[in-house]
Design a protein around this ligand. Structure first.
Ligand code: TRP
Length: 394
């Protein structure tokens, strides 16, 4: 190459970097080549409820159908579920199909999203083994989700190692698929933080290999954490305050009509509170303006309904009936689809089996890259063998 040409290209690149900053230059380059990949999942410890639906499932289906993602992986996290259900594998075993039925009936489409079961991808365990060396015990102890779960499960005196380790295993789930986007609820923020730390630590120790994922939170405040029908902070099976995606029309109606509202709103004429009033929180999560036209045309929108409630003169029963109509409209097609799918159980296991195959292939690629970076792919490492030959030559 002539010196002049070299100087010119060197000068123009330098100028470019000077003008835009190296960070921006790298970002532009990365964005051009980086695929957009989603990974997310759920523990199969029960049927999914409408909290799961507004908090993540509905969004996943929208993301799936947006065409903006190159690959989508949805994982049934049975191995993670076993970290705090070690004595009850039957519960996990029974609920895998429940979660799969819920996924498919909500519109996750196996042609567009790979649905798979965590324990059937052993490559995830390999990654976990290597990542464990990059995380300290005290860092895991500071993970806020782990902290509160230890309390909740009375694990303080004796924490199972597998449970303690699950944030690392979750980092494996995410990085194995090179996920760029992880749509989950805000309770998973500490897991994503921990994953990013592992990615940075791995990349700085062994060279750029893993992708730092971004969390994608629900964009509607009410959907971040839908309270139970009793007004308690969280829907939970043991509190019996969930509306399940698989509930019948009558079950949903009864649960809605029995919902917690404002305990001081006794007579219809009393002014009522909408904050902390579960019926209104659910309306925030589910209701659109078009629902008023269909089911409650005296009001134009939710703001008008809330204003009337706060002024007094609007009874709980009327609001609950409206909410019931709104929720039923959303759940009816899901319920119908579920009925159909319940007659195709062997086919659903086949879908999962196929998904596991695809997921394994992808995870195996990453494991191979990880081992390359760590230089522990001994048998493919011609240089290593030559080096040893030299060492023993004398
Ligand atoms: N921790 C998630 C939950 O409790 C399940 C999960 C396991 C997950 N691995 C994941 C979610 C990876 C997102 C990404 O629901």
């Amino acid at each position: 190459m002539a010196a002049g040409v070299w100087c010119e290209s060197f000068a123009s690149k330098t100028l470019f970097l000077w003008a835009f900053g190296a960070g921006v230059y790298n970002e532009i380059m990365e964005e051009e080549i980086m695929e957009k990949i989603i990974l997310t999942g759920d523990r199969p410890t029960g049927k999914l409820h409408i909290g799961h639906y507004v908090g993540s499932l509905k969004r996943r289906v929208e993301l799936q159908n947006s065409g903006n993602y190159d690959e989508i992986f949805i994982m049934i996290a049975d191995a993670q579920a076993l970290t705090d259900n070690a004595d009850n594998p039957e519960k996990v075993r029974q609920n895998i199909i429940e979660v799969a039925l819920d996924y498919l009936s909500c519109g996750l489409d196996p042609k567009k999203s790979t649905l798979f079961i965590q324990s059937q991808v052993p490559e995830l365990c390999e990654l976990t083994t290597f990542y464990m060396n990059l995380v300290t015990v005290s860092r895991l102890q500071r993970n806020p989700t782990v902290k509160s779960e230890i309390k909740m499960r009375n694990f303080e005196a004796s924490i199972p190692v597998g449970f303690f380790n699950y944030p690392i295993s979750q980092a494996s789930d995410i990085t194995a698929f090179k996920a760029t986007t992880v749509p989950v609820g805000e309770d998973q923020l500490p897991m994503l933080e921990q994953t990013k730390e592992i990615v940075r630590k791995f990349n700085s120790t062994y060279g750029d290999t893993l992708i730092e994922p971004d969390i994608l939170l629900p964009d509607n405040e009410a959907c971040l954490r839908l309270p139970g029908t009793d007004g308690k902070a969280k829907m939970s099976k043991s509190l019996n305050n969930c509306i399940y995606l698989s509930d019948t029309e009558e079950e949903v109606r009864q649960k809605v009509m029995g919902m917690y509202t404002d305990p001081d709103h006794i007579k219809v004429s009393d002014p009522g509170k909408v904050e902390g009033n579960t019926v209104f929180t659910y309306l925030d999560a589910f209701c659109k303006e078009e629902h008023f036209e269909r089911y409650l045309s005296e009001y134009k929108n939710l703001d008008e309904l809330k204003a009337h409630y706060m002024r007094g003169g609007l009874g709980d029963v009327k609001v609950k009936k409206f909410l019931n109509a709104v929720i039923q409209e959303e759940l009816a097609p899901i319920r119908a689809r579920r009925k159909e799918l319940e007659g195709q159980i062997p086919e659903i296991y086949d879908i999962l089996k196929e998904g596991c195959k695809k997921a394994r292939a992808k995870a195996a690629e990453t494991v191979n890259e990880v081992k390359d970076a760590m230089k522990i792919n001994y048998f493919e490492d011609g240089d290593l063998i030559k080096e040893q030959v030299e060492r023993y030559k004398k």
